[in-house]
Design a protein around this ligand. Structure first.
Ligand SMILES: [Mn+2]
Length: 468
């Protein structure tokens, strides 16, 4: 079992200097007591990291107790302004201590990558999670962004051509980040293309804007055209997604050996493997925010055009729901930079305006919502054929007072799509993860291969289980 106090330095910073030693001692005592309870061997191997060797039956007990150590640590109060959180990785099921250790290392990485404050248990192929109920901390320092930007720059210069790919049903965050990177890579004098398929529902308005400028005539290429120009020095940058099931073209991803991931979603176990560099920052509001930071370190003066800056700003606006969710200091800094180079907020607003037709469907969906205990469940009318409306209906439901959590379902090409939103402490990611989905604490989605009735039933069960 590997335990890491994942926000120790941030919490210490927020604590009066005179209280800090007491806080550190209290953390140490709590973890040592926990080890004693598990009759474990415990070794501290860093200022905030511990390795424990535990008999398996005690882990089973902890599973049954849902790891109350997560709560104990958060109760520590020594003048700290934030709760302390732990990320714990446990390795089980291996035939040697070494195998279990490797399982534990992977498990802890997953726990951290999913936002911390949770336990991940890796029993060989099987991975389960506990906890994860606090909001992600914003990391204030930009050191990592700078380091990544330099590494990225080197990799780009070493490449013959660069391809950028996003997720299925690309949205403005995905496209804004792609266009921002594309522009900067071109400025660096490199050949770059964005791979785009025909699923362009959510980005149609912006794509039409780009059509007015011949600069973008050869920017977007199909998967097949991308494959024609591949060689061993090609570089693929995957943006706004990291799991195999959701990248727009997994077979192409697997054909390219040099690849990088830039994403802000919580780590899923299904991550694209064999990458040169992963920049997955769950603390960031959006991939567009991350790219806005990166490009400022990649080139002295980014020559981002007005419409490109608007694409990036649209990405931030879309993923923060107009700066309401996960908008930290760095989010506003990025937005401020984009505004300063010409992004027009009204142009961004226009990208998200609904047509009257769509709005009526959204209104119909809301009309059908059932609200129970501040949790709303609504089903879209059967004529809905794109996921944007499902997401928009979920956003709208959350603007209604008395609704803290909502789920909107729709049947689209033989699948049931679910969009989940939460205003408070209910973690919709965990609820939808149970159904094979994912996302963030306040915003998540899932796609089910069940009929509508059974999907609602499965959703209800998962909600009930987690609200308990
Ligand atoms: Mn995004």
């Amino acid at each position: 079992m590997l335990i890491e106090v994942d926000n120790l330095s941030e919490v210490l910073e927020s604590t009066e200097e005179s209280e800090r030693p007491l806080l550190v001692a209290e953390v140490e005592r709590t973890i040592n007591l926990y080890a004693q309870k598990l009759k474990a061997l415990i070794v501290k191997y860093d200022s905030n990291r511990y390795a424990l060797s535990v008999i398996d039956k005690y882990i089973t007990e902890e599973v049954n107790n849902k790891f109350d150590i997560l709560e104990k640590i958060s109760e520590i109060e020594r003048g700290n302004k934030f709760e302390l959180t732990l990320s714990i990785g446990i390795g089980r099921g291996g035939s040697t201590p070494q195998e279990n250790y490797n399982n534990a290392v992977t498990a802890k990485e997953l726990a951290l990558g999913r936002g911390g404050d949770q336990v991940a248990i890796k029993n060989n192929e099987k991975i389960i999670f506990f906890g994860g109920n606090t909001r992600e901390f914003e990391k204030r320092t930009r050191v990592r962004a700078r380091v990544i930007a330099h590494a990225l720059k080197d990799l780009i210069y070493e490449s013959s051509n660069i391809l950028i790919m996003g997720h299925k049903n690309p949205d403005m965050d995905c496209l804004g980040a792609a266009v921002g990177l594309w522009s900067t890579i071109r400025q660096m004098g490199k050949n770059c293309n964005i791979i785009l398929d025909n699923d362009r529902n959510a980005i149609e308005y912006y794509m039409n804007k780009l059509k007015n400028d011949s600069k973008y005539d050869n920017t977007f290429i199909s998967r097949d055209d991308a494959e024609k120009n591949l060689n061993e020095k090609s570089l693929l940058i995957v943006v706004d997604v990291h799991n195999k099931g959701y990248v727009s073209n997994i077979d192409l991803v697997e054909k390219i050996s040099r690849k990088i991931i830039i994403d802000h979603h919580r780590r899923s176990p299904d991550i694209v493997e064999g990458t040169l560099l992963n920049y997955i920052e769950v603390y960031a509001s959006s991939t567009s925010e991350m790219v806005t930071e990166l490009i400022q370190y990649m080139v002295q003066k980014p020559r981002i055009s007005k419409v490109e800056a608007e694409g990036l700003l649209a990405g931030i606006v879309m993923d923060t729901k107009e700066f309401q969710f996960k908008a930290g200091v760095r989010t506003f800094d990025a937005a401020s930079f984009l505004r300063s180079i010409g992004a027009d907020t009204l142009e961004v607003k226009k990208m998200f305006n609904d047509s009257l037709e769509d709005y009526l469907v959204i209104a119909d969906t809301i009309k059908n919502a059932e609200v129970n205990n501040q949790v709303a469940i609504a089903v879209c009318p059967s004529n809905v054929d794109n996921t944007v409306i499902v997401a928009r209906a979920a956003d709208e439901l959350l603007t209604i007072s008395g609704i803290e959590v909502c789920f909107v379902l729709a049947e689209i090409s033989n699948n049931v799509i679910i969009s989940g939103r939460s205003l408070g402490d209910v973690n919709v990611q965990v609820i939808l993860e149970e159904l094979g989905g994912g996302g963030h604490m306040n915003m998540a989605g899932a796609k089910l291969k069940l009929p509508m009735g059974e999907s609602i039933e499965a959703l209800r069960n998962s909600i009930e289980k987690h609200l308990k």
